[in-house]
Design a protein around this ligand. Structure first.
Ligand SMILES: [Zn+2]
Length: 85
């Protein structure tokens, strides 16, 4: 149990929280913070909220721009044009 003797602190995690949620940290730092998360309920909560927010945001973007919406609209326009001809 030598984890807590390393320099991973709650302050450090809060500082790097956004990068960690984005997966933009180097593997070593990420692993060290993950260990802290598994032992610190305070930081785990912060991280869970951050990840949850990111998932919600991604969901919103997806709903605003459905992948097949443009194709559907094009098909409808084509159908109307064919009928007119
Ligand atoms: Zn902590």
């Amino acid at each position: 149990m030598g984890y807590l003797s390393t320099c991973t602190t709650c302050e450090e995690l809060e500082e790097l929280l956004f990068l960690l949620a984005d997966g933009e940290l180097d593997a070593q730092t990420q692993e060290r913070l993950q260990v802290h998360l598994s032992e610190c309920a305070h930081c785990k909560t912060l991280f869970d909220v951050e990840v949850h927010l990111r998932a919600l945001l991604k969901d919103c973007y997806r709903k605003e721009v459905p992948a097949d919406l443009e194709a559907q609209i094009r098909n409808q326009i084509r159908t109307v044009e064919v009928k007119r001809d």
